[in-house]
Every structure is written in structure tokens, then in C-alpha cells.
Write a new protein. Structure first.
Length: 692
């Protein structure tokens, strides 16, 4: 595939795969804002300056959704000593993940969540009503130009209708329930331009699968994405929702589409499907969209500029097997005659009305292959009702599909119809991680509803064209794409006159020797072994002993409490276990530096008072020296000093005092300092509750 790298910034001296996250504040204060920054500005608490990527802000989101994980959040909320929800109209509960589970344990959990919602007056949607993200859009909680968060990674979906949606962890959710707010560091923003016209037969699913496969070197990891360009205006909203949904799999924290006439038309159509007195979707709220079509400033800064020519997507694309980073033209996979055992039209990605009708148009008058089990579940009960009225639902059932209740089900590996050992499945869901949809010894592919339906009929991975005599899948051509990565020489530092205030109890600087863990993608199990995760009585001394044990058993003896870990890219990827952060704290360390962090680890770290810094250039400098070393953990002899007031990091060689690097980082404002001083987000919440 054509993949060009170029720069149009005259002062750039070099290009780097990873955009350096922070610009000097003297430059940043003069620049305009992109759409992401403008929405954050609207929901930033007590912000007295223009906010930009890199800034830590306290946010008060419009809405916060949780699903089956609501009860663990409620337990955390109650353990904080909270007696009431700060703003019950800010909170939404939906039950959608394990809706097929009729065990006493699960039904009791569901009853507890419903009772909690009634006690505190929280909007509640029971099992069977639909997938939470679909409900948030149908019911107008996620709405253009608002900030809506959810305790679920696919809250990115909301970007399809111009709402900045981003995931939070459970502690964040408990904080929002208790205080109405939490913290966020505004990520670098990538501008993804869609040019050209999408060919007939190519869908939104094909666009995002292509993007995930083409730009598969973490180009947008932990970025916010803004989709722009002439190719956007002709994309139906359902396509946009699918694309925004799977920006999660692409590695991004959000995927935001603009407010345009296509979106306004979609909302005007929604008016005909909701109650005349709907609290959120009504003539007044839609008129507000029309009058307030905010756009990025012309001088807004972006960390990346990616472009794809939609007209060059000549054939549908398939993701997999077992990885969203692999995308292959349908024409290639069809020729391989890959037999399938199961097919799925479910999930928050592609089970809306248009998806069901698209699959029905393929299945009409045909039968599912006798060797294939085809499962279908609408994104919500409302979607299913509309599909029943249109006849599409019955068409799919007549073809031999097996209906499931509205919910996540097979997508998350719950309920009936999961992939078994040795089976091959093709799905219109968003994830095909190994073992996610069933057996780890199965193969999972992702595709559009049309391709899934055609494959279910054919009994192999194939396209709708093959259902007709002599029909062949269109051969693929190389998609035309381009990336621009602005960068700057970070050895040249422009000082700003303003200094960050330091609150009582917070250090003005942090200093320590860098200890190198020279690997990318060190996961949470490598940091804190899984066998200890559910042992609630592990003392801090033991946590310190086993910290990084699965990565390198020698870390225990090589690392000292005064050290600062420096590691590669995507540090802390994997599970949501908070102990990955608290084990490092138990070791006595206060700061971790990396090329980039897994987002959940990053949030868990700050929530537990472990500081983090992303400095890609620093890990690259160390790798120039230690690239051939066989050691997993290396004492570098380099000392890092982070001067908090000036937001400057200086690295020196301890042996001779030589300055290795000076680097401007994001400002650690008093809001984040306060959280750290109070021992993390839970301590801060308890303090706020005590004040109240």
C-alpha cells in the first residue's frame, strides 16, 4: 500500500514516528483550537486559559454512562463515604453485556443496580432495551458538541454524531457520581482527512478496517481523532458511528466527526421517531445545532495529518484473523476459499437499522449455508422494532438466522453462539482479539454486514457478487494514503514567562536515576503478575517484591526506590488492574517515563498518585546506546530532573554532568497536584465530600 511520509513545516529538522506530545506554552498560548480542544474548553472546570493538547484539566462531562460494571462502581462510590449522587441527571445506567445470563448471581446484580438507580433517581435502561452506546445516541444523551464519557472503551462511538466521547475507568466514574467531575489530559489530536467519493458497495466498516490495517504502527495511539474532508459530507451517520466506534481498535481515545448538514438532516429525521416532548431531542435542541456549528480554527495545531482517498477503496476489506492490524481486500480472501462456521450481525458497531436492512437485502430469498450458524441481535429494542416494521428482521430469520436479545453477547464472549476450538467466524463486530469471541484456538474475522451476510450464505468468506452466476469480487487496487507528522527539535526550548503554581505538600521538582526497561508493549501482567491480582490481602512489601517480576525477575534487585522507570511505547497495555500502578508505588517510585502509555494504565496511575511523562525522544536516545544490550533492566547513569513550575525536564549524565536532553512537558496544574497530594482520585473525592 502506498504510504508516504513528508513534511510541510519549514523548520522541521527530523521526522519521528511518534509526535512529541507537548509544545512550549509560549507558542501554545497564541495558537487556535481544534474542535476537540473547543469542546473540552466548554466542559473544563475553572479554566482561566485557552486549553490545548497536553494540558491536565478538570472536566465536568454532560453525561456519564455505565453498564454491567455499574455495581462495582457503586461499591467504590459507597466505600468513598458518598451519601448522594452529586447530579443524578448526569448519570445513566444501561444493562447490556451479560443479558443472556439468567443465573441468580447475575440477576441479583441487575436488581441491585436497578434498586440503586431508583434510590438516587438515575436514568435506568434494563436488560433487553439495548446496547448502552446505542441508547446514549437514540435518547440524545450523547449529543453534538457535548462531552459524554462512559465506563466502556467504545464510548468513542459518540463522535459519529459530533459528541466528544471518551472512556473512563471505574474510579473516574465514582468520582463523577460523587463530585460531578474528574480529570483528563487532553491528548494529541490527529487530523484524518477523507477525500474522494466512496465507491458503490464500500461501507463505513471498510473505511475503518482499512485505516486500522494501513496505519498499523500506533500512529494514532492515545490520540483524539478529528475526521475532516470532502469525503465526510456524503457519509451516512451510521457509517460515521461505525468508524468512530472502531477508532478504539485503532488505538485512539476519541473519534470526532464534524457538525454538518448531513448530521442536521439525521436529527430532523430522529424527531419523527421520538416523543414530541423528548427532553433532549426536540426542535429547540436541533435548532441549537444549526445555530452553533463550531469548527476548528484555521491555525489549530494537530499532532498528525493522515489522508485516505476513499475512491481508491475498490473492494470491501476484511480484518483478521485475530487482529485489527491486519486488513486484507475481500478479493484476496475470497480466492482462498476460507470456510466459516459462524457469522454474526451483532454489537454497537454494526447492528443498527441500516445494517440489518443491508444484510436483509443480501439474504432475501436465500438461505444460510447449512454448515454455518448465523446470529443476529439488534443494537436496541427500538432498532429491532423498526427492523420488524420494515420486514428486514423477518427476512433475516426466514433465511435461517438465530436471533439473540439486544445486547453485547458474542461480541464480548458472553452467552450462546461463541466460537469453539478450530472454528472460523466472521463478524460485523469491532474486535477480533484472540479468544474474545470464544476459544483462543478459533479464528475471527471482521467485515461489513453485507459481507457477513454473503459469507453466511456461501459458507466461506466471500462477497455479495458471488451469490450470482459468474459474479466475482472486484480486484483490489492500492489505496492512496498519506501521513504528515509535524515535529520539532526538542533541544531548542522556548521559555515562557508564566510559572505553574505549586500547592502545599507537592514537590517543586522530582529527580531520580533513569532505570531502563527496554521494551515496547510491557503489559500489566508483566508489571504485576496476574496470579496476585485477585488476592486482596497482598501487603505493599510483597507488591514491591513482585513488581515487574514477569517482565524481568532481576528488576527486584536492580531497581531502587529513588529511581525513575524509563520504558518504550504503549507501556502498561493490557488489563485494567490498578495494581500495575500501585505495585510501582509500593516499590517507592513516584514517576514513570515512557514513549507512550496504555490509556487505562495512564488513568489508573494518576488515580493512584503515580506520575507519568511521555518523552519519546528520551527513550529513542537511550536505545541508540543500549540497542544491542541483552539486559532487560539497565541502570543508565542518567539523572532526570522535572522542574514542575517551569514544566521543564532536564536529563544529565551523572558521571560528568553533561546535559543529554531538555524537554518541555505539559503543565501539571494545581488540580492534578491536589489529586496527587491527597493520595489519588479516591482521596481527593473523600476530601471534597468532607468539605460538602
Amino acid at each position: 500500500m502506498l504510504f508516504q511520509l513528508r513534511s510541510n513545516i519549514s523548520h522541521i529538522k527530523h521526522a519521528n514516528q511518534y509526535q512529541l506530545r507537548f509544545l512550549s506554552s509560549s507558542i501554545r498560548c497564541l495558537q487556535g483550537q481544534n474542535l476537540t480542544e473547543k469542546i473540552v474548553q466548554k466542559y473544563a472546570v475553572n479554566s482561566t486559559k485557552s486549553v490545548h493538547s497536553g494540558d491536565y484539566v478538570t472536566i465536568k462531562p454532560q453525561y456519564c454512562m455505565s453498564h454491567d460494571n455499574t455495581w462495582p462502581i457503586a461499591t467504590k462510590f459507597l466505600n468513598l463515604g458518598a451519601k448522594k449522587v452529586k447530579n443524578n441527571k448526569q448519570i445513566v445506567f444501561t444493562l447490556d453485556h451479560d443479558v443472556q445470563n439468567k443465573s441468580d448471581k447475575n440477576l441479583t446484580k441487575y436488581k441491585n443496580i436497578e434498586a440503586f438507580s431508583k434510590e438516587f433517581g438515575i436514568d435506568f435502561y434494563p436488560a433487553g432495551r439495548g446496547i448502552g452506546h446505542q441508547i446514549m445516541i437514540e435518547e440524545g444523551y450523547a449529543f453534538p458538541l457535548n462531552l459524554t464519557v462512559a465506563s466502556d472503551s467504545h464510548s468513542n462511538t459518540y463522535g459519529g454524531i459530533g459528541s466528544l466521547g471518551t472512556p473512563i475507568v471505574r474510579t473516574d466514574a465514582a468520582s463523577i457520581w460523587s463530585t460531578g467531575q474528574t480529570w483528563w489530559q487532553i491528548p494529541p489530536v490527529a487530523r484524518v482527512e477523507l477525500i474522494g467519493k466512496l465507491p458503490k458497495g464500500i461501507t463505513g466498516k471498510d473505511i475503518i478496517i482499512s485505516l486500522c490495517g494501513i496505519f498499523n504502527k500506533d500512529e494514532v495511539l492515545n490520540h483524539a481523532i478529528e475526521f475532516v474532508g470532502e469525503g465526510v459530507k456524503d457519509l451516512p451517520i451510521d457509517y460515521r458511528l461505525t468508524i468512530a466506534n472502531m477508532t478504539t481498535e485503532w488505538g485512539a481515545l476519541s473519534g470526532l466527526f464534524p457538525i454538518d448538514q448531513t448530521l442536521i438532516n439525521w436529527y430532523e429525521d430522529r424527531l419523527t421517531k421520538v416523543d414530541a416532548n423528548h427532553a433532549r431531542i426536540n426542535p429547540d435542541s436541533i435548532n441549537e445545532i444549526k445555530q452553533n456549528q463550531i469548527q476548528s480554527d484555521n491555525d489549530a495545531k494537530y499532532a498528525k495529518y493522515l489522508t485516505i482517498d476513499l475512491s481508491t477503496l475498490s473492494t470491501p476489506y476484511i480484518s483478521g484473523p485475530n487482529s485489527v492490524k491486519i486488513s486484507t481486500p475481500l478479493s484476496e480472501l475470497s480466492a482462498q476459499e476460507i470456510k466459516i462456521n459462524k457469522a454474526y450481525l451483532v454489537s454497537c458497531t454494526n447492528s443498527r437499522l441500516s445494517d440489518i436492512e443491508a444484510a436483509a437485502s443480501i439474504l432475501k430469498g436465500k438461505k444460510v449455508n447449512p454448515d454455518v450458524e448465523f446470529y443476529v441481535a439488534a443494537a436496541s429494542s427500538q432498532v429491532q422494532k423498526e427492523a420488524e416494521l420494515s420486514g428486514a428482521w423477518q427476512t433475516i430469520l426466514d433465511a435461517g438466522a438465530k436471533p439473540l436479545p439486544s445486547g453485547c453477547g458474542p461480541c464480548i464472549g458472553l452467552g450462546i453462539g461463541l466460537l469453539e476450538d478450530g472454528e472460523v467466524g466472521i463478524s460485523a463486530t469491532n474486535r477480533n482479539f484472540k479468544g474474545r469471541m470464544g476459544s483462543k484456538d478459533a479464528l475471527a474475522y471482521l467485515a461489513s454486514p453485507e459481507v457477513v451476510a454473503a459469507s453466511a450464505i456461501l459458507g466461506k468468506i466471500g462477497g455479495p457478487e458471488e451469490l450470482y452466476e459468474g459474479g466475482k469480487v472486484t480486484p483490489a487496487v492500492e489505496p492512496k494514503v498519506e501521513t504528515i507528522i509535524p515535529t520539532y527539535d526538542d533541544s531548542v526550548v522556548v521559555e515562557s514567562g508564566a510559572k505553574v503554581d505549586i500547592i502545599d505538600g507537592f514537590p517543586s521538582s522530582i529527580t531520580g536515576e533513569l532505570i531502563l526497561c527496554n521494551a515496547d508493549n510491557i503489559n500489566t501482567d508483566g508489571i504485576y503478575p496476574g496470579k496476585y491480582t485477585y488476592q486482596d490481602d497482598v501487603p505493599p512489601e510483597t507488591m514491591a517484591e513482585v513488581c515487574m517480576e514477569n517482565y524481568d525477575p532481576e528488576f527486584r534487585t536492580k531497581a531502587q526506590s529513588s529511581d525513575i522507570i524509563i520504558s518504550g511505547f504503549n507501556f502498561g497495555t493490557g488489563s485494567s488492574r490498578e495494581q500495575a500502578a500501585t505495585a510501582i508505588l509500593a516499590k517507592g517510585m513516584k514517576l514513570v517515563v515512557a514513549g507512550s502509555f496504555g490509556n487505562i494504565f495512564f488513568r489508573n496511575s494518576t488515580n493512584n498518585a503515580l506520575l507519568t511523562l511521555e518523552i519519546p525522544s528520551l527513550i529513542n536516545k537511550l536505545r541508540e546506546i543500549y540497542n544491542d544490550s541483552k539486559e532487560l533492566t539497565i541502570r543508565t547513569g542518567w539523572e532526570l530532573n522535572w522542574d514542575i513550575p517551569s514544566a521543564m525536564v532536564t536529563v544529565k549524565d551523572k558521571s560528568n554532568g553533561e546535559v543529554i536532553l531538555t524537554h518541555k512537558v505539559g503543565e501539571l496544574g494545581t488540580n492534578l497536584q491536589d489529586i496527587i497530594v491527597k493520595g489519588g482520585l479516591e482521596g481527593w473525592v473523600k476530601s471534597e465530600l468532607a468539605k460538602a
